[in-house]
Design a protein around this ligand. Sequence first.
Ligand SMILES: NC(=O)N[C@@H](CC(=O)O)C(=O)O
Ligand SMILES: [Zn+2]
Ligand SMILES: [Zn+2]
Length: 344
Amino acid sequence: MQTLDITRPDDWHIHLRDGLALKHTVGDASRYFGRVIVMPNLTPPIRNLSEAKAYHGRISAEIPASNTHFQPLMVLYLTDNTSPADIAEAAQSGLVYACKLYPAGATTNSDSGVTDIEKLSPVLAAMEEHKLPLLVHGEVTDAEIDIFDREAAFIDRHLRPIVSRFPALKVVLEHITTADAAAFVSDSPSNVAATITAHHLLYNRNHMLAGGIRPHYYCLPILKRNTHQQALIAAATSGSPKFFLGTDSAPHIQSKKETSCGCAGCYTAHAAIELYAEAFEQANALDKLEAFASFYGPDFYGLPRNTDTITLSKTAWQVAEQLPLGDDVLRPLRAGETLHWQVV
Ligand SMILES: NC(=O)N[C@@H](CC(=O)O)C(=O)O
Ligand SMILES: [Zn+2]
Ligand SMILES: [Zn+2]
């Protein structure tokens, strides 16, 4: 039987939600991930240190007592009202590891996001000064821009200017979906990086739309055409330290996905590293998985790499049709289908 030992991986982009859901999301995420960067897009969002502390407490309460490897890293949600003082306080706390820019209206729970990125300059300057990374949902929100072009448009309109105006600011373009994003990140200085999800490595828009519409593949930024998928696979398996693991596991109850106006987000926390292993194996690049999953993320954030390991084995297993989410259910990615890798 084929096995693969890798240094314990971290997830640099995950949605754990809140309340009753935490039991299930934390349960799945904490199986083998070390650190997870916890997205702050709750309603209301996590806007300052005191909200981050309270949320950290609610997450920590769901970590099994026997688990000594799992560590949630908190993120602030930038709004039009975020102040440089909020940034200084968060940076000095040791509890907050980044701030997230959601253009208002770009994605799930982004209504409180930033309406005018220009006005964010004092906050970005404070983040640069306090060495707090900026995490970006990189899509423009203009109704006239085609949904498949929103990431590329964001890079040209907003990201290039931010990167050149704040040259020491660490920037992570989250969940990239295009060749344009991969090229932008590759061509930028070393303070600019990107996370890549397993589902954007495994799928393109044909999987979502050809032969029937499959709402469980619908996420934002939306799956693009195959040529973009190929560029993401090339980036993830390139050995470049600018690209690292961020699942964007984003749970929504089944009834909110399978409806006339379904929510955006794919749930992958039940099988995250297993899905990445499949994608890397398909690209003949299993030897590149460890650095992508376990080295480049902490290196970018300036944190130590994990020192223990996990073992993957090539053993087929079937994903459940449904998983609990609070007092409801969700349909995980690949529900009812076979996966080929398993964590021992
Ligand atoms: N990716 C998604 O489609 N959805 C995420 C939000 C996000 O990461 O943009 C969610 O919170 O559901
Ligand atoms: Zn996003
Ligand atoms: Zn996300």
